[in-house]
Design a protein around this ligand. Structure first.
Ligand SMILES: *Cc1c(COP(=O)(O)O)cnc(C)c1O
Length: 384
């Protein structure tokens, strides 16, 4: 299959978009073009490829694929999710202001506060589940709203369509970090967002074997800038990693279905358990963001947080699980369990964590695709 696949369904595009058979050999998988440069036919004549920081066919295939899945104008692949976010933030200039979900990924918080503030950018950390809180934080210099929905690990859900309308009315752009749901479950650009970010390290690759990130732009204006930043700043994704992410994406729909089916069972189990004080999973009807997420996404994903009340109880669970591995990261085929306050969110100051409700008793699970009985038994014995 070649060319514009936009009339095809998501699972068809996941396997074919950007991945026409190799013209030289007919290879079904896009080859890994492990080269740094390309020979010119003669002075001033080349095949569209000059130097691999700027052009690489394997990376281009992945970029076309993610653009197709997010219904965007163009995709841009970077060496990590943070490299993608760093490249994104070159859109904002010194003296300008950004409104950010108060509970974003810890690395994003660290980069904005400890690096970008040094360059004269300013940030407001806002409860983006509330439109009026966003309006209250607005400044004349606000140029961007940066959301995660649902957030990590508190699972707060923000209204992408309403916030994009608000931002556009005031001349700012809306960026959504869509790592937690993947484009299979949520497509922010179709709801009005201007740019989507992913750490491909998580669900898109899905096999916990490569670090990477992508930006998908809805408009040429931003897409052209990200091309220029790839060329000028150079934090591009390597060809082998581009291949691995593409291979992972082929099974994204079946993996996400399985992640979610198992997550729903685990959330229901935890919700009934006497040792568990609260379960944060948007798929539960009792979750404050349930109705909104049902409207703006096609599912609830595979991430669950739950509160067991104390560090000691959290430690017991983390020490006792055998099938689930104690590790940072998420979105892989294997189930990972973690303690956000001391692991992924250790860079968020303690009083800030308390303010957010990110207590020491919160445990986060990235539900993998192992046999569900083994996962349930593992948790049952860890909690007993
Ligand atoms: C992991 C993650 C990132 C950072 O991505 P890396 O690939 O680790 O650099 C950004 N946002 C979210 C939501 C993440 O989970």
């Amino acid at each position: 299959m070649h060319g514009d696949l936009s009339r095809f369904g998501f699972a068809t595009r996941a396997i074919h978009a950007g991945q026409a058979p190799d013209p030289t050999t007919g290879a079904v998988a896009v080859p890994i073009y492990q080269t740094s440069t390309y020979v010119h036919d003669e002075l001033g004549v080349h095949k569209g490829f000059e130097y691999a920081r700027v052009q690489n066919p394997t990376r281009f295939a992945l970029e076309e694929l993610v653009a197709s899945l997010e219904c965007g104008h163009s995709g841009h692949a970077f060496a990590s999710g943070m490299a993608a976010i760093q490249s994104l933030m070159t859109w904002v200039k010194s003296g300008e202001h950004v409104i950010v979900s108060r509970n974003v990924y810890g690395g994003t918080y660290r980069f904005f506060t400890q690096v970008l503030e040094r360059y004269g950018l300013s940030f407001s950390w806002v409860d983006t589940t509330s439109l009026s809180a966003i309006e209250a934080a607005w400044q004349p210099s606000t140029k961007m709203v940066f959301l995660e929905t649902p957030t990590n690990p508190l699972m707060e859900v923000s209204d992408i369509a309403a916030i994009s309308e608000l931002a556009h009315g005031k001349g700012a752009i809306l960026v959504v970090d869509n790592t937690f749901l993947s484009p299979y479950l949520q497509q922010p650009l179709t709801l009005g967002a201007d740019v989507v970010v992913h750490s491909t390290t998580k669900y898109l690759n899905g096999h916990s074997d490569a670090i990477g990130g992508v930006l998908i732009a809805a408009h040429a204006e931003h897409g052209d800038w990200f091309d220029f930043i790839q060329k000028s700043a150079g934090a591009v994704m390597a060809p082998l990693d581009s291949f691995l992410v593409m291979r992972g994406i082929k099974t994204l729909p079946v993996r996400m279905d399985r992640h979610e089916t198992s997550a729903r069972k685990i959330a229901a189990f935890l919700n009934e358990h006497s040792r568990v004080r609260a379960v944060l999973y948007p798929g539960l009807e009792s979750h404050p963001g349930h109705a909104l997420q049902k409207r703006q996404a096609t599912g609830f994903g595979g991430m669950i947080s739950f509160d067991v009340g104390s560090l000691a109880m959290a430690k017991q669970i983390l020490d006792r699980v055998q099938v689930m591995s104690l590790a940072e990261s998420l979105g892989g085929v294997e189930s990972l369990i973690s303690h956000p306050a001391s692991m992924t969110h250790a860079s968020v100051p303690e009083e800030k964590r308390r303010e957010l409700g990110l207590g020491d008793g919160i445990v986060r699970i990235s539900v993998g695709i192992e046999s569900i009985d083994d996962l349930m038994n593992d948790l049952e014995s860890a909690l007993s």
